[in-house]
Design a protein around this ligand. Structure first.
Ligand code: SF4
Length: 406
């Protein structure tokens, strides 16, 4: 718990003070399904002071940058343009730079070699190349220690590659125990012109719909409507032919509703994304092939794009906002579920037979090597994981002795 408290402080988390149209509809849904006491505004890493102005650093005794009161524009998912969202460049990275850390952005690490050719006792050579330049700049640094923190799709991909090349002592568990939060993402487009789902912080409330599942309305800012082109009517079925038939049927039975949904002015303003998440565990594994990462089942039931409970809740929500539920074409056509919270792949274990890292985030088989990102998460939290990632990382860092002064 102390590390969760530190994480909350570092991220400047506070309770969302203003419920949006989408949040109020979620609250109504809570009443409708008899779960109203499980509705709550979220804690979000956003600065609110209610005065509409900027303030000198409100979090770190004046050591951090100034912040501006949130204006509830709803664009947090695509990046806050107003200096109100407490992104890492305003807390951890900002303070690190102030303390002498050098940050090399747009640089991708592609190799890590132990200097002693063995377990890294003497340090590492870290090879990098530009991830954005056409004629790629590259080079290397030497380091006494390494922390992998590239997110699941960065860290696990690199570790899978290094296991076969420069870091053979890595556990065979690399790439295994991948979790998806067993999610479903559904867009509800309203037919009411007076409704706006773009107002309010991106995820301003949560409803625990039963002991295993949570539902959150996710806003996008006005005119951030790219997802429109990927939408299809919400259908389910055992195979693609059945689903295509059901889409055709939906288009025939509801031509006007579908026309309105696909041509609605300012899609993001009129569409509420619902994020459905479950603690139910299913484990995938990643493999690195010629075309990058691919996934397959490790154990348990496969995550599915067709979750009856998610469909039920989406339909109830659609009734409340006078809208139509739509899902991603990748779900209806290919049957591929979507996740915003890919986790695991370098999980904790008692030894290298059961995990890639130990309970203090140290990589088995190497010295001074850590993993501190979503790939360390060893269970399915069923909610947004960023606070847990920060808190567990704080715990891991607390085990590293502070360098003596002078
Ligand atoms: S709603 Fe989000 S994007 Fe808009 S000002 Fe507040 S934190 Fe920034």
């Amino acid at each position: 718990m102390p590390y969760y408290r530190t994480a909350l402080r570092m991220l400047g988390a506070s309770q969302n003070p203003k419920l949006s149209e989408g949040d109020k509809a979620l609250q109504k849904l809570g009443f409708k399904i008899g779960r109203n006491e499980y509705f709550a505004p979220t804690n979000v890493a956003v600065y609110f002071n209610g005065k509409g102005n900027s303030q000198p650093d409100p979090y770190f005794n004046g050591e951090g940058p100034e912040r501006v009161d949130c204006n509830f524009c709803g664009a947090c998912m695509t990046g806050c343009r107003y200096n109100s969202k407490n992104t890492l460049d305003k807390n951890y990275l900002y303070l690190a730079e102030k303390n002498g850390v050098k940050i090399f952005s747009e640089s991708e690490v592609y190799d890590v070699r132990p200097l002693d050719g063995n377990n890294g006792e003497e340090g590492y050579k870290v090879f990098w190349r530009s991830s954005t330049k056409f004629f790629k700049a590259k080079g290397y640094y030497t380091a006494k220690g390494i922390i992998f923190a590239g997110g699941v799709l960065g860290t696990v991909k690199l570790l899978l590659k290094l296991k076969k090349t420069s870091l053979p002592n890595l556990s065979d568990v690399v790439g295994k125990f991948i979790r998806t939060n067993s999610e479903s993402l559904i867009g509800i487009t309203t037919f009411d012109k007076d409704k706006s789902f773009s107002d309010g912080v991106a995820i301003g409330s949560i409803l625990k719909t039963d002991e295993n599942t949570s539902l959150e309305p996710v806003h996008y800012g006005s005119n951030s409507g790219f997802w429109r082109i990927l939408m299809s009517p919400m259908v389910e079925g055992k195979n693609v032919f059945i689903r295509v038939m059901k889409i055709a049927r939906d288009l025939l039975i509801h031509p006007i509703k579908n026309f309105k949904v696909f041509t609605v002015w300012n899609w993001s303003k009129r569409t509420q994304i619902l994020l459905f998440m479950q603690t139910i565990n299913s484990k995938l594994k990643f493999k690195l092939g010629l075309f990058g990462l691919s996934s397959s089942m490790q154990e348990g039931n496969a995550p599915t794009a067709f979750i009856p409970k998610a469909k039920f809740l989406a339909e109830k929500y659609a009734e409340i906002v006078n809208g139509k539920p739509m899902v991603l074409l990748t779900e209806t056509l290919a049957g591929i579920p979507t996740t915003a919270h890919i986790l695991g792949g370098a999980v904790m274990g008692e030894n290298s037979g059961s995990g890639v890292i130990d309970k203090n985030n140290k990589v088995f088989g190497y010295k001074n090597m850590y993993v501190c990102d979503g790939s360390m998460i060893s269970s399915n939290p069923g909610v947004n994981p960023s606070l847990s990632i920060t808190a567990i990382t704080e715990f891991a860092m607390s085990k590293i002795p502070v360098k003596p002064e002078g």
